[in-house]
Design a protein around this ligand. Structure first.
Ligand code: K1U
Ligand code: ZN
Length: 175
């Protein structure tokens, strides 16, 4: 297993539209394992393949929520291959989103509160479920990556420019 480098904005790869995974093979499963390890190492709750430079419609999510209040987070990674949104609620919700490809920047994004999604897992089995809460938000955020969209694209030009200025400043300070 390996921790892979995560690419960051403004890398043009992040704007690429990812291609479907034709067959779920051992090679796909090896990439999935590396992506899960990379997500945990970066303290993220999701990661799309394009963020590690692979333009495939594949993403992983683990909200790492404790089983009981105050308990230790339990690792339960979910694998989404060729995910599709079948329907979305009219009701919207707002969440303060972050992105490992836009490091340490957060902003409120409005998205549908519930979605019905279909995807394949790492064994090639198909799932269809209604998802809401943070899982629904995270899946929508990661699926945006598969279409070359970043959470900052959902912001007004003024908010996006302010956030990108803050990012440039923090990179300059860190250099
Ligand atoms: O870069 C990514 O796509 C992962 C991203 C997922 C995400 C976070 C918040 C809302 C929507 C999607 C992250 O994990 S960034 C890190 C982060 O914001 C976070 C980490 C742990 C708990 C909660 C948020
Ligand atoms: Zn992201």
């Amino acid at each position: 297993m390996a921790i892979l480098p995560i690419i960051e904005t403004p890398d043009p790869l992040l704007r690429q539209i990812s291609s479907s995974v034709e067959d779920v093979t051992d090679e796909t499963r090896a990439l999935v394992k590396d992506m899960i390890e990379t997500m945990y190492a970066a303290h993220g709750i999701g990661l799309a393949a394009i963020q590690v430079g692979v333009p495939k419609r594949l993403l992983v999510i683990d909200l790492q929520e404790p089983e009981e209040e105050g308990g230790e987070p339990v690792k339960k990674p979910m694998v989404f291959i060729n995910p599709e949104i079948l329907s979305e609620s009219e009701e919207l919700q707002v969440y303060n989103e972050g992105c490992l490809s836009v490091p340490e920047q957060y902003a409120e994004v409005e998205r549908p509160e519930r979605i019905r999604a279909r995807w394949q897992d790492e064994h090639g089995a198909t799932h269809e479920e209604e998802l809401d809460g943070l899982l629904g938000i995270c899946l929508q955020h990661e699926m945006d990556h598969l279409n070359g969209v970043l959470f900052i694209d959902h912001l007004s030009r003024m908010k996006r420019d302010m956030l990108l200025k803050k990012l440039a400043k923090s990179r300059k300070l860190a250099a």
